[in-house]
Design a protein around this ligand. Structure first.
Ligand SMILES: Nc1nc2c(ncn2[C@@H]2O[C@H](COP(=O)(O)OP(=O)(O)O)[C@@H](O)[C@H]2O)c(=O)[nH]1
Ligand SMILES: [Mg+2]
Length: 286
């Protein structure tokens, strides 16, 4: 079913937006504000909240459910929380499957993930536009650079602007840092926006920036390229999670694996085929 969906979803398909950033920055509140801005325009929205740390408590997820509440009785808004404990094949595999299905059914898919560790890397390869949400006083330039948050995001949102000048300082640090390092995409300078998700201030500008970035990607075939690279990265990680680097060696190395991903073929089918091949070399019964 996923295969069919992937092939039949007309290009370019629904925009996929990732929100990352430290806990408490206001990602869920921002999502809530975005829903309230985009939904009245007639856009349908799916939200996937990924919480890899949520093993038993579920507290954060319940909090998110309560907060992202605008669409509680609205069929045009879908909210799904995914926690590590639910997933047999790994959170990244389940998340991609979920996002692929939702992208076929909704006008836009928004993925929230905590900006720590592997989940952030994974969401970057899953979405078209990556948004980094920071709160005031989140750090100075050196801290942002050390944390490696400057390279991947396509848009920076400094939330809680209602708290005063600290938000402007954080925005300044981020904007200043963007000119320094290598960018993932040299043709796009990520905007740095000040918002108050709580008050709904600056949310229109966020919606506009999301639209502008998706348009930028759609022009000149950049979108297809980015999605392809995202699938490659996902496929390599999925194989590595299951079989270690040994598995990828059995297939002839990373470049060989990338080459096996035919244009238009389903990522899930590719993973299944390649996993079968590795298992054959391992001599395991299937
Ligand atoms: N002052 C202020 N507080 C906010 C704003 N947005 C979110 N918060 C608060 O920040 C805390 C964390 O918000 P949440 O959306 O759960 O952050 P997340 O962990 O990044 O999803 C909550 O107490 C929110 O009420 C804002 O724009 N201004
Ligand atoms: Mg949250």
């Amino acid at each position: 079913m996923l295969e069919t969906l992937e092939r039949e979803t007309p290009a370019p398909g629904a925009p996929r937006v990732g929100l990352t950033g430290p806990p408490g920055a206001g990602k869920s509140t921002l999502l809530d504000a975005l829903v309230r801005t985009l939904r009245p325009r007639g856009e349908t929205l799916a939200i996937v909240a990924v919480d890899p740390s949520s093993q038993q408590s579920g507290g954060a997820l319940l909090g998110d459910r309560a907060r992202v509440r605008s669409g509680a009785a609205d069929e045009g808004v879908f909210l799904r929380s995914m926690a590590a404990r639910d997933q047999l094949g790994g959170l990244a595999e389940a998340t991609r499957a979920g996002v692929t299905i939702l992208a076929a059914a909704f006008d836009r898919v928004l993925v929230e993930t905590v900006g720590v560790g592997q989940s952030e890397v994974e969401v970057a390869s899953l979405v078209d536009t990556l948004v980094y949400v920071a709160s005031p006083g989140a750090g100075d330039l050196l801290q942002f650079m050390k944390a490696g948050v400057l390279e991947a995001p396509d848009l920076f949102v400094v939330n809680k602007a209602d708290l005063g000048p600290a938000a402007e300082r954080t925005a300044g640090e981020l904007a200043g840092g963007l000119g320094l390092g290598e960018r993932r995409d040299a043709g796009w300078t990520p905007p740095v926006l000040l918002v108050s998700a709580r008050d709904g201030a600056g949310i229109e500008a966020v919606a506009e920036a999301l639209g502008a970035h998706f348009e930028y990607l759609s022009a000149g075939g950049r979108l297809a390229g980015r999605r392809r690279r995202g699938v490659e990265a996902w496929l390599l990680r999925a194989l590595e999670t299951r079989y270690g680097s040994y598995g990828i060696e059995q297939l002839g190395g990373e470049t060989a694996v990338r080459g096996r991903l035919d244009e238009g073929a389903s990522a899930f089918a590719a993973l299944a085929h390649l996993a079968d091949e590795i298992e054959e070399t391992l001599g395991k019964p299937r």
